[in-house]
Design a protein around this ligand. Structure first.
Ligand code: GMT
Length: 375
């Protein structure tokens, strides 16, 4: 199949999933055309069967105080679909990608029947899509997609609750992880970069948006550090970086918290960790938690959204109410001070991650594409 993929190129779960899906489909012989305003952060410089097309954002005119990204995207999607004879256009994150995709498909008309698939990822449904400025057009574009997927059952229910979507069939296709790359590494050489022997490594990875509650990650870590030697490694960057640095200073933890910033390859850092922290207020799936689990890292997280579909409370880690920082610190200590319990959680985490392996999940997308094309 010839498949167009649109996503945000910036660091974030939806761009990661879209790119990994494209790369995996390309390995399976499909031709992939990534259409985005910059090359996605997980796209390597060259991959067989993968082509990148940049959306042209260069137009300037005094009247265009706010650049119409959606229109520029629709034009590029239309152009690429026509030239590359795409069968499928698969857009990730509904706002505004589903609307642009709808426009591109309508512009092509019946002479070139392009199928539009929309994958809903999270705040496109739970926050941004519900904004007054976006709600009706997002609902319209979801309903007019040829197929819609959500990354968890929670997100499917939330889509129906917030948008109705009486006329669309929503299929849950969970996020996935390459369990041949994301594996535990018992001899991880990176560990000693972060922590001397006998010191535990706690890790958080996100785009530091307020809903990720990164300052609270530091507060949980502070409680853990009162009991055992530990360091906190923070991967990512974003609006809450400054607030997080302030909390680190207030708690006198400068020596024990490492900010690594944005990384395009995270597996070796995950392999160095003993525990992954994710106290988000909302999380439709939690891709970072899944990638950590595949590397044998137990997770302590909030019991919100789709996280219970990924992390098994009491087995692969602990899930607690988002405000229960004390409970999360206790959960972390419970695992980090009992070696047998931590080993059991590590094994269970790896086994759980295998349920979301690339080999299991990517064929679900291929089947969906085939069904849509045969309708
Ligand atoms: O929806 C977002 O906030 C953005 C998106 C992203 O691009 O990072 O994150 C969502 O999609 C990820 C991939 O499907 C999920 O793992 C995240 O849980 C989800 N984020 C939220 O629901 C907050």
């Amino acid at each position: 199949m010839r498949i167009g993929i649109t996503c945000y190129p910036t660091i974030g779960g939806s761009g990661a999933v879209a790119t990994e899906l494209g790369l995996e489909l390309a390995k399976r012989g499909h031709e992939i055309h990534v259409i985005a305003y910059a090359s996605p952060f997980r796209l390597p410089s060259f991959a067989k069967n993968v082509y990148f097309h940049a959306v042209d954002l260069s137009a300037t005119y005094p009247l265009l105080e706010y650049f119409p990204y959606s229109l520029a995207l629709a034009v590029k999607q239309h152009e690429v679909a026509l030239r590359e004879r795409l069968d499928i256009l698969h857009v990730h994150y509904a706002v505004p990608h589903a609307t642009a995709g709808f426009l591109a498909r309508e512009m092509l008309g019946e002479a070139h029947p392009l199928k539009l698939i929309t994958t809903l990822h999270g705040t496109d449904i739970t926050l941004v899509g519900q904004e007054k400025s976006f709600h009706t057009v997002t609902k319209f574009a979801i309903e007019r997609s040829d197929a819609v997927t959500t990354v968890s059952s929670y997100l499917k229910d939330e889509t129906i609750r917030a948008f109705g979507c009486e006329h669309c069939s929503l299929e849950v296709i969970p996020n996935f992880v390459d369990v041949t790359t994301y594996t535990p590494d018992e001899q991880c050489a990176h560990r000693e970069v972060f922590a001397p022997p006998g010191t535990k490594v706690l890790l958080h990875m996100s785009n530091f948006r307020p809903l990720k509650r990164v300052p609270d990650v530091v507060r949980i870590f502070a409680r853990v550090r009162k009991e055992i030697p530990a360091v906190l490694v923070l991967v990512g960057d974003g609006p809450e970086r400054g607030a997080t640095e302030i909390v680190v200073t207030e708690l006198g933890l400068e020596e024990h918290v490492r900010f690594l910033g944005n990384l395009s390859v995270v597996v070796d850092v995950l392999q160095a960790a003993d525990l992954f922290l994710l106290p988000s207020t909302t999380e439709s799936f939690g891709l970072g938690a899944l990638e950590a689990m595949a590397c044998g890292v137990p997770v302590v997280a909030s019991n919100v959204g789709g996280l219970p579909e990924v992390v098994v409370d009491g087995t692969t880690g602990f899930l607690l109410p988002p405000d229960d920082l004390e409970g999360m610190a206790d959960g972390a200590l419970n695992l980090l001070t009992d070696h047998q319990r931590w080993c059991d959680a590590r094994i269970a985490a790896v086994a759980r991650a295998c349920n979301f392996s690339t080999d299991r999940v990517v064929p679900l997308y291929e089947s969906l594409y085939e069904n849509v094309l045969n309708r």
